[in-house]
Design a protein around this ligand. Structure first.
Ligand code: PEP
Ligand code: MG
Length: 895
């Protein structure tokens, strides 16, 4: 049988599935000869077996014991021995990093006897008792599930009894007293004494880490990050290196580059006389690495050399956790570091310049989602603003909302549609739901590597942390600024995650430089580093991609913007707005028309108006194809509201002033009323039910194209018929379009090519695509309707009604309206494409549903070898980037 437990020497960084990210990287560093305290990893397979059976897998305890013996051999110490004990840390580590979501227990092996041994061996009783109380606290909370507040209250009681505030103000006797108090809390809370047997401690800690895979916050985090729920976590057991042995010891976290901006240069937080969790928890304010250099040059030099080595080895920005024990440096973790969108782009092009990676790899280092984040607006720095304080720029962006001081309130307010800024002294993993709900996060303590900062960056939330000048009182739900100004819950504040500034009230926002670059108002060479990086990576993506990218644009303004953003045509021009506004009255007349003649009179009025609309669009897309969809929505959308009109007519009748037109209109509204309008008289059915309608639209299109061509332009009209389910429908409409083409030719002398195609947005269309292709010059998948009709989900209703329940229950990982459901809807896309092309080799096939701008869906459309995707103008750069990444990287896994 394969072993469950693996010494660090036996792993490597590729083995993340089995060893988890932390275990795999500890193994990698060990084998690179970097100073890592020795240890072993209990693999994810053990966790899966444990979670499936609810008990420890057979043989695991014996294997752990064997590896403990090896570890004892390496360190020359015995686990929990009364004299000079070996102590170990027990840490979670899944394949994908889930910062702070699972459990850690440190100092395992301490008990009433070995604490004395540790005190004697180190000559530092304070340290020994501090370590013991930490073990009791972590064990009580994590393994026994006791409320952490009991421990914090006991600590506070001793501090206030002495009149001190800091944990470093407690002496050995205080810590001894604390240990006694903590043991009491454990006994009262769990009904048993704290286990003195080190092996029992170790196995209890391992089990607690396994269980923490399914803690509420871990489940929530995985759902958000789309991490599969069945991976399980590995557990790393490692000889303790102590950062809390005095002022020559300490713990830190560091990045090989700035994770917020991507700027070159090492970067980190250090805390003297502390264990790792103190740094991340923001309990005390940290020092910088420059401070470490000042107090311990040798450790600093070694750290910087190791960081350089790691970055060259991993060919990427790494984050690390380290501990200095009595002046000796140990690495406790490394991994490819999480970063902001800005940093991702900058680091990718810097590493390219440094020759560490090639262009294709650089393209894989950024994602469409990150690009979309860079297109968010920033604060406008020109207007008057009331600066309250400045903290650290932990995660960029501009966030405005009301101040709230606890996560439950954040969730409740956000659910009411009120934007909130979550203000805390520091956050902890229990705040995750509040951080998800908030526009931005503001803390008064902790550095750029604090929990708030790390999690906010991971989610792309704006965050300002460590704003020490603010006195945050979460109980009273307010904070006070250095000038004595008090901001209470409900007051609006604005935070700038790029500068760390905090403002009173709402600050105006302005477009991002990246958007200005796409708009053409900033030239790449004059842009800031981020604009330059975007420019370069977009050029690489464009040179790699096979998929064409078009835009969904209904008017000349959107079309022009889309073009500036790189659209290579219009994939969907919806025409419904051409029947609204002043023209609504014409639609009413059309519906009330009695006979062909009256209808034609309306068409004669609509035609020149719509021709003008199309002329503008063709001009702005000069030289590029424009797909125009004939009228699609249910007719009643153009008619007065049934209730309002009924009241109007009823009142008029009572007063004897009934208007004939209103009465007729009401009858028509009644006649056209549908129980399920989305499945009713819309799309191609309208064209067939109202003869001449689609002919009029086609004529307006083709005449507009002719006029633009006569004036020296280049128009490439593609007329698209919506909601076709049968080839006969398309054939019927094609005849009308031929009529229109004939009439346009009569009026205009220019030669004009045009295509007639169909949307594939009903399952029947996909399933009979082979037949439909006979009458179609192109296909465009309307994946919005195709998702709606495949699932039977009303696209306008379900996302706000029961989807959140579906997500919680794990039935859906992501809305199928956001990311294409590969298995179901995707299968129809495959069938439709393949069968259409079987009939007509080389048939042009695109997508114009929302999925055309969704990164993961773009990868799917590349796999299916579609010709183009079409999306809203702002998503065009995202689609271009992802289309390039899909070719150059193959996969869509961007974690
Ligand atoms: C679609 O159904 O995917 C589509 C693009 O059309 P609409 O959203 O206008 O129905
Ligand atoms: Mg549709």
């Amino acid at each position: 049988m394969a072993p469950f437990v693996h010494d660090f020497e036996d792993g490597n960084r590729e083995a993340k599935d089995l060893l988890g990210g932390k275990g795999a990287n500890l193994a990698e560093m060990t084998n690179l000869g970097i100073p890592v305290p020795p240890g072993f990893t209990i693999d994810t397979e053990s966790c899966r077996a444990y979670l499936a059976a609810g008990t420890m897998p057979k043989g695991l305890a014996a294997e752990v014991a064997e590896h403990v013996t090896t570890l004892e051999g390496k360190t020359g110490r015995t686990l929990g021995a009364a004299a000079d004990p070996l102590l170990v840390s027990v840490r979670s580590g899944a394949k994908f990093s889930m910062p702070g979501m699972m459990e850690t227990v440190l100092n395992v092996g301490l008990n009433d006897a070995s604490v004395e041994g540790l005190a004697a061996q180190t000559g530092n009783p304070r340290f020994a008792w501090d370590s013991y109380r930490r073990l009791l606290q972590m064990y009580g909370k994590t393994v026994l599930g006791l409320d952490g507040e009991h421990f914090e209250d006991a600590m506070d009681a001793i501090k206030s009894g002495k009149g001190v505030t800091g944990d470093l103000d407690l002496d050995t006797d205080d810590l001894r007293a604390l240990v006694t108090a903590y043991k009491g809390i454990i006994r009262d809370g769990s009904g048993a004494d704290f286990p003195q047997d080190p092996t029992a401690q170790l196995l209890g800690a391992v089990e607690a880490v396994f269980n923490s895979w399914n803690s509420d916050r871990a489940v929530l985090y995985r759902r958000r990050e789309r991490i599969p729920a069945d991976l399980g976590t590995a557990v790393n057991v490692q000889a303790m290196a102590f950062g809390n042995r005095g002022l020559d010891s300490g713990s830190g976290v560091a990045f090989t580059r700035d994770p917020a901006t991507g700027a070159r240069g090492v970067y980190g937080d250090y805390l003297q006389n502390a264990q790792g969790e103190d740094v991340v928890a923001g309990i005390r304010n940290t020092m910088t690495l420059e401070d470490l250099q000042r107090i311990d040059q040798a450790s600093y030099d070694e750290l910087v050399a190791i960081m350089d080595r790691l970055e060259k080895h991993y060919k990427d920005m790494c984050d690390i956790e380290f501990t200095v024990e009595d002046g000796k440096l140990f690495m406790l973790q490394t991994r490819v570091g999480k970063r902001t969108a800005e940093a991702a782009f900058r680091i990718a092009t810097d590493l390219l310049d440094e020759g560490l990676i090639d262009e294709d790899e650089a393209l894989q280092r950024v994602t469409g989602d990150q690009l979309a984040q860079l297109m968010f607006p920033h604060f406008d720095h020109t207007g008057a603003r009331a600066l309250l304080a400045k903290g650290m720029s932990a995660s960029p962006g501009a966030a405005v909302g009301i101040a709230v001081f606890d996560s439950d309130t954040a969730v409740a307010k956000a659910a009411d549609g009120i934007p909130v800024i979550l203000v805390r002294r520091e956050t902890n993993p229990d705040d995750l739901h509040g951080m998800v709900a908030a526009q931005g996060i503001l803390t008064s303590r902790g550095g750029k590597t604090s929990h708030a900062a790390v999690v906010a960056r991971g989610m792309g939330r704006t965050c300002v942390c460590g704003a020490e000048a603010l006195d945050v009182d979460t109980k009273a739900k307010r904070f006070t600024t250095p000038t004595g100004l008090v901001i209470t819950e409900g007051e609006t504040i604005s935070i700038d995650g790029s500068t760390g500034e905090i403002f009173a009230g709402e600050v105006a926002v302005k477009p991002s430089p990246v958007v200005q670059y796409f708009e053409g108002s900033i030239a790449a060479e004059n842009g800031d580093p981020i604009v330059k990086s975007v420019h370069r990576l977009m050029a690489i993506a464009d040179s790699r991609r096979r998929l064409r990218v078009r835009a969904n644009a209904d008017n000349a303004e959107d079309a022009s913007r889309a073009r500036r953003f790189g659209a290579e045509g219009i994939g969907l021009c919806r025409t419904e707005h051409m029947f609204l506004g002043d023209r609504r009255e014409l639609v009413e007349r059309l519906i009330l028309a009695e006979g062909a003649e009256e209808r034609q009179a309306v068409f004669d009025e609509l035609l020149p108006l719509q021709r003008e609309d199309f002329i503008e669009i063709f001009r702005s897309m000069d030289g590029l194809p424009v797909t125009i969809r004939l009228l699609d929505p249910p007719l009643h959308e153009f008619l007065p509201d049934l209730t309002e009109l009924s009241v109007k007519v009823a009142v008029a009748e009572v007063t004897g002033h009934a208007i004939d037109k209103d009465t007729k209109l009401l009858a028509a509204v009644h006649r056209l009323h549908e129980q399920n309008p989305m499945l009713g008289l819309r799309g191609v059915r309208l064209g067939i039910a109202i003869p001449g309608l689609f002919e009029m639209q086609s004529q307006a299109i083709l005449e507009a194209a002719a006029i633009v061509t006569e004036q020296g332009g280049h128009a490439f009209p593609e007329i698209m018929v919506p909601l076709v389910g049968a080839v006969e429908e398309l054939r019927n409409i094609r005849e009308e379009i031929s009529e229109a083409a004939h009439e346009a030719r009569v009026k205009h002398s220019v030669h004009l090519d045009h295509l007639v195609g169909t949307m594939i947005e009903l399952p029947r269309a996909a399933l009979t695509a082979g037949d439909i292709a006979e009458a179609a010059d192109f296909f465009s998948f309307g994946t919005n309707d195709l998702t709606q009709t495949t699932w039977g989900f009303s696209r306008d209703d379900v996302e706000s009604s029961f989807f959140s329940r579906y997500m919680e229950a794990g039935i859906l990982g992501v809305s199928p309206f956001e990311t294409i459901d590969r298995v179901g809807v995707g299968r129809l896309v495959r069938i439709g494409t393949d069968e259409g092309r079987r009939t007509k080799p080389g048939l042009k096939v695109g997508v114009c549903g929302e999925h055309g701008g969704d990164p993961e869906s773009v990868h799917f459309f590349e796999e299916r070898k579609l010709d183009y995707v079409s999306c809203s103008p702002f998503r065009v750069p995202v689609a271009r980037l992802e289309a390039g990444r899909a070719v150059s990287g193959g996969g869509s896994d961007t974690r």
